[in-house]
Design a protein around this ligand. Sequence first.
Ligand code: SAM
Length: 288
Amino acid sequence: MFHEAFVGQSLKRTMSAIVMAGLLCGHAAFAQTNQNTYEPTIAQAGKDVIWVPTPNDLVVRMLETAKVSPNDLVYDLGAGDGKIPIQAARQFGARAVGIEFNPDMANLARQNAQRANVSDKVTIVTGDIFEEDFSNATVVTLYLLTSLNLKLKPKLLEMKPGTRVVSNSFMMGAWEPDEIINPEAGGRGYYWVVPAKVQGDWSLNGLPGATTATLSLQQKFQKVEGTLTFGDNRSQRVTGKLNGSQLTLGYKDANDKEQIFVGEVAGKKINASLQTSPTTVITATRSP
Ligand SMILES: C[S@@+](CC[C@H](N)C(=O)[O-])C[C@H]1O[C@@H](n2cnc3c(N)ncnc32)[C@H](O)[C@@H]1O
């Protein structure tokens, strides 16, 4: 299965990372210090993908990009030796869970967490990422394959809006990343924020200059476009984007002035204001 994606561009990046990561990150050195410790081999087979550790600098950049903090619960899907959950706990103070299918690898990850003094914050689950529940994660990290990311994508998109997802090397198909991470030492990461669901019809109250208005939205992941219609039937195309539950939409007001509508999506309501007038209270309610 994993051979598929290790062909081509990703393979090149991954395999060059293999050598550097192995040399730089000290896993080999750690394994040699304890005769009783399981010694994994870089590129060894895994259930759905081989084991290759994410290079240290990319681990840090991925967690920084996701703005990981002590309030977060980070899940690394396919945790290998646990380096991502351990770093999330050690440097960023987060609670973290690694899910790893290979029981030897999972044990090694637990030992590594102990050695890093973060066992109180880090849990390693021996299990399959396609079976285990990670729905309460606030940050999900991945170093899998495009095909596996695509298999996880529907579940990721059902997570709480605002959940951050970061992937080493592999993308998410039509769901374009919100940010691309290019560490100086090479490699590449991709960052997404799970968008709220806004597709459909909304009625607006409080939009300055329009006693009533309706908004009909189409959504493609974090990208939004649609039609804004004022009560007098004047309508216009609008475009915008979602950053988690925050919706921003550009439109022209009754005086033909460019405005930016900024709203917080909360289920069937959007509590909004205008960027130029944050005290304006606008409410959007989903039409039945
Ligand atoms: C490329 S490594 C990434 C390791 C770690 N996340 C990192 O970035 O350093 C992928 C890991 O996923 C594990 N794995 C493969 N298929 C899995 C599955 N279905 N469930 C859980 N772990 C899996 C492999 O054993 C391997 O350790």
